[in-house]
Design a protein around this ligand. Structure first.
Ligand SMILES: [Zn+2]
Length: 127
């Protein structure tokens, strides 16, 4: 049974708790824990079709993740979207020096990283 069956909406505080948990479990604690904002927003970049968005700044290592508030009652989707956006942040902040980023943000490196999370159990019980 997926988590869709629970109708309790989650808030930005829970998003932040999941972020901390996932950072520990699947990102080796390499994402920031202080210079980070994770929250639900009514529209993501003014676009209702976006589930989430991430901005990460190499300069100071700060991360801003926004998740569409339409997912607040779909915990499993919200969690998976959060992992998706955290993967963007990770690749932006930790890409190997000298290596150019994928032209496609969901290209080879992204797919490789998400598969690693899946193998580590990040999506167990969510899909
Ligand atoms: Zn993406």
């Amino acid at each position: 049974m997926a988590e869709f069956s629970t109708y309790r909406r989650v808030g930005s505080r829970e998003l932040m708790q999941w972020y901390m948990e996932y950072n520990r479990k699947y990102f080796g604690g390499r994402l920031p824990t202080r210079t980070v904002v994770v929250k639900f927003v009514r529209t993501v970049d003014g676009n209702r079709r976006f589930l989430g968005h991430c901005r990460a700044y190499e300069k100071d290592g700060s991360v801003f993740i926004r998740i569409s508030a339409t997912l607040a009652s779909m915990r499993a989707v919200a969690r998976m979207t959060l992992i998706h956006e955290m993967t963007h942040a990770y690749l932006d902040l930790w890409r190997q020096p000298g290596k150019r980023p994928d032209r496609n943000p969901h290209g080879r490196w992204f797919v490789e990283a998400v598969r690693k999370h899946a193998a580590a159990g990040a999506f167990d019980g969510l899909w």
